[in-house]
Design a protein around this ligand. Structure first.
Ligand code: CA2
Length: 151
């Protein structure tokens, strides 16, 4: 089986998970989510690297550099999902398969969250399953990459 390297990007404020607003975002921390993803990847004979940033520029730099080392990207762009043409442009430019994930169901929330600039450049989106959104997103991306590998 081809070894896969997946980059997981967490956007702004997701470092607060488990520490603030547990009524909306639950009590699981970002470290818990990253551990869950490492475990899941191991079981699927893949590797993940996780990065969280509150800075749009840092996320864009990480996307640019991903082309060298990763076969795909799982991204929860947080509130940048709804605002950032720059992030969408970066994802489009690197031409890596992208899966967009959200903890909450963005379509059940305020209307400003219904718009995603990431969705049109992603192969798919998983939204509303809490931390399971990440696991499902990783599974979906690995499945896609294995289906679409040339060998
Ligand atoms: O549901 C998601 O995963 C979101 O990407 C989360 C973003 C929100 O802006 C998107 O509309 C949907 C917010 C992440 C903020 O996370 C916090 C965690 C704890 C305390 C405060 C914010």
């Amino acid at each position: 089986m081809i070894p896969l390297n997946i980059l997981v990007l967490h956007g702004p404020n997701l470092n607060l998970l488990g520490h603030r607003e547990p009524n909306i975002y639950g009590s699981t921390t970002l470290e818990d989510i990253n551990s869950l993803l490492f475990e899941e990847a191991l079981g699927l004979q893949a590797k993940v690297s996780c990065l969280q940033s509150n800075s749009e520029g840092a996320l864009i730099d990480a996307i640019h550099q991903a082309k060298e080392n990763y076969q795909g990207i799982v991204i929860n762009a947080g509130a940048y999902t709804h605002t950032s043409i720059a992030l969408a442009d970066a994802l489009l430019a690197v031409e890596l398969p992208v899966v967009e994930v959200h903890l909450s169901n963005i379509y059940r929330r305020e209307t400003f969250r219904h718009k995603s600039y990431i969705a049109p450049v992603a192969i798919g989106q998983i939204s509303g399953f809490g931390t399971e959104s990440y696991r499902l997103g990783l599974q979906a991306l690995i499945h896609y990459l294995r289906q679409h590998s040339s060998s």
